[in-house]
Design a protein around this ligand. Sequence first.
Ligand code: 5AD
Ligand code: SF4
Length: 470
Amino acid sequence: MDMPTTHRTPARAAATGDDTTGDDRDRKVFIKTYGCQMNVYDSQRMADALAADGYAATERMEDADLVLLNTCHIREKAAEKVYSELGRIRDLKTERALEGKTLTIGVTGCVAQAEGKEIIRRAPAVDLVVGPQTYHRLPDVLARVRGGARVVETDYAIEDKFEHLPAPKKAVVAKRGVTAFLTVQEGCDKFCTFCVVPYTRGSEVSRPVEQIVAEAERLAAAGVREVTLLGQNVNAWHGQGPDGKAWGLGRLLFRLAEIPGIARLRYTTSHPRDMDDELIAAHGDLETLMPYLHLPVQAGSDRILKAMNRKHAASDYLRLIERIRAARPDIALSGDFIVGFPGETDADFEDTLRLVREVGYASAFSFKYSPRPGTPGAEMDGHVAEQVKDERLQRLQALLVDQQQAFTVSMVGRTMPVLIEKPGRQAGQRVGRSPWLQPVIVDEKAGGIGDIIDVRIMEAGFNSLHAVPA
Ligand code: 5AD
Ligand code: SF4
């Protein structure tokens, strides 16, 4: 979905003093987030659960009593990177011990799910390992850790974790900004042969409509203007509406658009197979739905798509794009690509380039195939030499960068609504987002944070636009 990023949770909730050890000083948690937007969302929800348990969030590991690494398992050597980070944190724990103080170390996220108790075996300084389906149990896990236990919680809980996770306080949401993520779906049943997600996030689960609407209403009440619905297969979301009918993501988007204050909706990440007619139509009929769609295709050769178990041919994807563009002609498309999947020939790779030229992407992420233990791809014959993968990636990225640049430059001279999100890097500036997800830099007098203002694009940088009020 996107490149690994590091995120430090900005939440800073007040301690409640609810301490089972009787230690009444403020406790602090530092959460380091790796990977996709869902991990960013999960880290916020963990911070909310821990705030209710008396932990204030800190952005400095050195100040923390509890360090959580919220990990991602999608890239090669992900687990090894976690182990080396744990080595550094262990040193901090040792220093603390010499001062007679404690530091609790936890691993959460997809590496926690995949490695389980192996983490405690290899990194004995770790006190807790909690998988993505059991974050609501964190306060209980911490109580057990304080009682001297090492805890590994990686089962798929039968209870609904979202029902057990406390809602964030209004002030905390407001502090996080005017855009927010909202997980509506988790897990994946597709089993693409390169991917670990079905093993780390489990099978597809959709959150019920009422829960999602209630969370979106809380976000709106705290000043959020733009909500991005998240799911590993977000467009596979389905539920039962209050009308008793089966709803798909398109219908859900219409419902969320009714919430006062919500001015913009987005969703990510989608699978081509799950783009149904109603969702495609929503792109034409629902003004609140932004004209940007991340729709990974991974490769352009049918042979490779089949080996990847993508369940669609290149022509299916191209037809789908045509239908989406018929509904919303100005939609910007983004995708994910893998080069060097086992068995990929030069001709297969040329098919990928051809597909990219035909679609024209506004942005994209591209990766060299890396075998992930436990996935069918890792066991396949015909692994491609590293040097060939490098060359293919360079050629593909050069094409994608050209397309992205052409898209950015095409904005110059246009007038568009921009949601002002935050102060700019330079004094006197603010940064907003175009409907197509591009950062737009404007003078701070142009509008306040949370305002949607019409601007005229004057100049295009590599990745951002400069604008003046229209
Ligand atoms: N090798 C390379 N890229 C991968 N991705 C997922 N698994 C692998 C892998 N084993 C890419 C896919 C996916 C994105 C999130 O990461 O393109 O869409
Ligand atoms: Fe992974 Fe494929 Fe599922 Fe996406 S659809 S999460 S790539 S298995």
